[in-house]
Design a protein around this ligand. Sequence first.
Ligand SMILES: [Zn+2]
Ligand SMILES: [Zn+2]
Length: 259
Amino acid sequence: MSVSHHARISHALQRWAVAGIDLLFPPRCATCGRAGRQICARCAQLVTPTPATICTRCGRVQPARVPSCAQCADDLDFPLDHVRAAALHTAPLREWIHLLKYEGRRDLAPALARYLTAALAGAEWATVRERIDAVVPTPLHAERLRTRGYNQAELLARGLCQQTGLSLRTNLLRREKLTQSQVGLNAAARKANVEGAFAAAPGCRGLHLLLIDDVYTTGATLQACARALRAAGAVRVYALTLALPNYHSSSMHHDLLHS
Ligand SMILES: [Zn+2]
Ligand SMILES: [Zn+2]
């Protein structure tokens, strides 16, 4: 048997082996278990895009589309120039974010980043997206990065940049203060918790930057990041998150139930 013939056979065997692994362990939908991909088409359709009825200043869901709202009207130096979320923080997106963040499912990041890419291609970003110089993920403190092993916001930002051609900059912003988890804190406590937690590099001078994070809860983290970037000379700071809690519909639902 010639060497090349031998090589061809072993190459074919290798391909069979790879195909065999895929047949035995095909990727499965993280939600429903359907074989094929990590997020199946049927579950992907259950994601609820952010409605048009938002506060256009802070991006939060409102009863109508308004230029400012009760949550941001008092904030005279609101540091973000444009902040939006791709979708509502409801099932199944909420579960996928949980898996990505707490269950080590970093393989979900490229599929989830598709929602960021789709949002950025939408009308909400038409005037802003052309000005973006770089994409900056919300950083984790070095110690938290060591325990988790990765920064989920960075994985999302990386996916977005691969899908859009925007450039990723992970060296412009650092988390210096190891803050306690924001989970369970109210808006004022969240704000105090992240106050002064971030430091930006002089390299952001003159730039228009797009911050990326997984969830827009009170916006305290995004605002603290934006303040640090602007203090270091960034001209504009925009923010795009994967998910946004639907405060309005839950309170409306409450009102409907009790009226
Ligand atoms: Zn599914
Ligand atoms: Zn607002």
